[in-house]
Design a protein around this ligand. Structure first.
Ligand code: AMP
Length: 113
């Protein structure tokens, strides 16, 4: 039976995605349904359901650092950007594989919906 986790399948290259960066532990690819001119997802390659399922501060630090590096690469670091991790039902998480959203290229509003 195919792995039901779409982000695990993207990480393994079984499902196509617009890959931005990839190393042994982390992948970054463009969101299929972008909410801003730049909308990139940064994920651990190993399956972690959500932020509530990990205490791996090294991995989390790598994900945030990669987001900042990609923001510079995408030329949104000067104008600014937002990084978001939706967690669980109330957090609005729809894919149960930890992911960090990198959004930029337009002004963001606050508070989020
Ligand atoms: P969240 O609501 O925080 O769980 O975000 C999940 C994100 O994954 C949404 O922004 C979706 O548009 C995005 N997404 C779902 N499936 C894919 C896919 N196959 N490739 C790229 N992005 C996806």
């Amino acid at each position: 039976m195919a792995d039901p986790c779409i982000f695990c399948r993207i990480a393994r290259g079984e499902v196509p995605a617009q890959m931005i960066a990839s190393n042994k532990e982390i992948a970054a690819f463009r969101d299929l349904n972008p909410q801003a001119p730049v909308h990139i997802l940064i994920i651990p390659k190993n399956h972690i359901g959500s932020l509530d399922d990990t205490g791996d501060s090294y991995l989390l630090g790598q994900m945030v650092s990669l987001a900042a590096a990609i923001a510079r690469q995408e030329k949104i670091s000067k104008t600014g950007y937002r990084t978001v991790i939706n967690t669980g039902k109330d957090g609005g998480q729809s894919v149960d594989h930890l992911h960090l959203h990198l959004l930029g290229g337009r002004p963001m509003t606050w508070p989020p919906g």
